[in-house]
Design a protein around this ligand. Sequence first.
Ligand code: F6P
Length: 543
Amino acid sequence: MLTQTPAWVDLAEHATLVRSLHLSRIFAQDPERGERDQLSAAGITLNLARQRILPDTWNYLYALADQQQLAVSIEQLFRGVTINHTEGRAALHTALRAQTADELSDASQWTDIQAQLTRMQGLVDKIRAGQWRGFSGRAITDVVNLGVGGSDLGPNLAVSALQHLKDTHIGIHYLSSMDGAKTASLLKQLNPHTTLFVFASKTFTTVDTLANAQTALEWLIAHGASKQLAYQQHFIGVSANVAKMSEFGIHLDHQLQFWDWVGGRYSLWSTIGITLAIAIGMQGFRQLLAGANQMDQHFRYSAWADNMPVRLALATVWNRNFLGIHGKAILPYDARLALLPAYLTQLIMESNGKSVDRAGQPLNYATCPIVWGEVGPNAQHAFYQLLHQGTEAVMCDFIAPLTRPDIVQASDPATREALAYQHQLALANLLAQSTVLMLGDAALATPPSDAHKHYAGNQPSNTILLDQLDASSLGALIALYEHQTFVEAMLWNINPFDQWGVELGKQIAVHTLQAMRTGTVQDFDSATRAVLSLLKQSGENQP
Ligand code: F6P
């Protein structure tokens, strides 16, 4: 077991010393650590100095990376080895953002990827040029992505983060949840003559997305589209399952493909990104890929000490397994990144929420922390109270762009000046919060006498700064987290690329829905039975 290995035992022993040190003392004893623990690549700067990590600790952590043969795993990832062994697949999302064929072990993959990008460009250009017509011959004004999980979160985040680069009047919308409540209100605002749906699903069997697509189809037909034109002119399909796209009725020319070796939560880089390409153009989409590729190169070829994803992952493992920290908060200080926490909760927790090792043996150590987050300035007025004075230690990621060139888009100098002030205000708050979390009362000239005003501090954090928020740096930022998540999994000896934990609930839901529709309640546990009986009485959900 990992916990008995030399590197782990050394870390455990070293941790007994570090646990007794407060970050204020660590900084006082090592005043240059701020400059030393800062590294940059791909338009991103990472500062790790606020971690409860001593220079020696890093060496012990690098020894863990070596012991776990991290270098071998990284090569296996990039070379397309079947590292997702429980599903018998490679995890080759990095291939989707390769910039040259030489980067790939299999040349045919390069050809396939480029062919799909060309197809995607054809559809994107047609839509953006107003040449894609709805059933009554009018140009498309709105595109709705129907997808959930990885088929929603990536493009949704990217379109929101790059809203300042959107250069089309076409409205882009996302429907993911199966309940149909948002579907109902969005459809009320849209014009069926000019709305195009992107049915985005790796498997093309996800009930959530099928349900939304079915509702969209009924809506089109109810508003005058023939069944044939509804399918033909109002749906694009994006999937790894070509047969299912055809079975659903997506026109062959409107099918975009990706492959089994792309995990759902790693699919933004594939044709799943079509809504982003519609929003910012194909060139912008390619910049996203290029930025992610820069991070790939950095990750693949940098020594551990210079390697941002590796050092972030080592810090997570240190916090989780040796300092006993259970929570990780993602705190972007830029409202355009509001969807980043949601995106990362899937990426990190669906990947690393595991309790058996690669051989299926139960683990005797902790894995993935609980990840959540919110736009930092808003979270300051919500849950920072717990970060500062609660009983839980939490590791935080503070994220912001260093510069805001988008401000020049504001029409007049006075507004531009006011916006520049707001950017400074946000950065000052980011630094202030991470300082207080680190130092606690030591940030004050005089320590408080009232216990209610006491700040314990000693909460570790990372500061992640983008040179600016653009397609390239966003690609690099997401790739940074992807690789960090991968490294954590390699250190914990788990498979980050499967997600068996989501399957059982789906199966039971099929059975429950059937019972609901037939009114049979007796087969269930009493808690389910009680709710089903209530539903039966209300007359809701009966066929
Ligand atoms: O249920 C989990 C999951 O399989 C995710 O991994 C995936 O991103 C999501 O569902 C959507 O799946 P699909 O793209 O096949 O519809």
